[in-house]
Design a protein around this ligand. Sequence first.
Ligand SMILES: [Zn+2]
Length: 389
Amino acid sequence: MKTILKTNTTVKDICEGFVYNELEGKGLFGLAGKLTIQPEYQRNYIYALDGGKREMAVIESVLKGYPIGLIYLNKANESNFEVLDGQQRITSLGRFVTDKFAIKDENGMEQYFGGMAKDKKDKILETKLLIYECEGTESQIKEWFKTINIAGVPLVPQELLNAIYSGPFVTLGKEEFSNSQNANIQKWSAYIKGSANRQAFFERALDWVNKGNIDDYMSIHRNDKNINELKRYFNSVIDWVSSVFTDVESEMCGLEWGRLYEQYHKKSYDPKKVSAEVRKLYGDPYIKNRKGIFEFVLGGSSDTKLLEVRIFDEATKKAVYATQTVKAEKKGESNCSHCAIGHDANKAKIWSLSDMDADHVSAWSKGGKSDIKNCEMLCKTHNRAKGNR
Ligand SMILES: [Zn+2]
């Protein structure tokens, strides 16, 4: 399926020749007759239900300059389109400009399009819509239509967000973060995955400054003439990482530095000690997840879960289980040493191998190794209760 993004179609264009069928409750045509608003597979117009709150919201969004989202059209042939997604919004626009319903003004008074001041009318009519023109076979289109309806809101890549919120802020943001000539890119690349021209750095900067809510930030700052806050925050994160961790390791790339910055930047670190600690952990063969080393160190080297410390292999567990069980049976006590010293019904229970887990006698965090000498099998309950690996 082929898709082209069109950013210049106005509300006026799409509502040209709009016809609404009251009897069937359908918006029928637009784009001067070239657009079929409601093909067979679309549901009826529902934005007028419940007192028309939703259709009014579409108009209010347009008046406030908020984006109303992407519209998908299917190119049926050279001169004809049909709406794949956006039927409700287009019909709301068409019904409003043909005076089928009113919105409430600032004073709560009903206001029809026909009675609006010229500047407001123009604002609506000149609003540009974001339209994807798709071209494909009927079955491709229907398959895809099913997907977007099931998936609900698809994840929007940064390129799309840039189109949706185009304006001075995006222009400045791209100049700084999406420019592959920017001398800082090499430094940024140590911590952020992806490339400038695919918007990886712009996306991360927005993600960090607004704690993951990129959409909102772009919407609020859409018309800003500067990106000072965005730059300042981004640079604070980068400067912080590079001063705490003086050695650059490949595993640092793509970590959640924004979150880590928020969580730890108020703590003080001695970069020399940090560096020695990181080196030591890099040299530890029991650490499976090296990406976790940085957060582990930031958090005071206590949360070993982050490191996924290698546990005992099956052969070791079986051997230890066999030895322990033989001894326990001789003594007539449980093969879990913790159960054996208890006072309940499990005191003499012989657990099966599958009911037990391996435990480090001397914890990994205190230098204990994952070898047979340091392995003890405990019943699952006691293993969990001990909890250090
Ligand atoms: Zn036990």
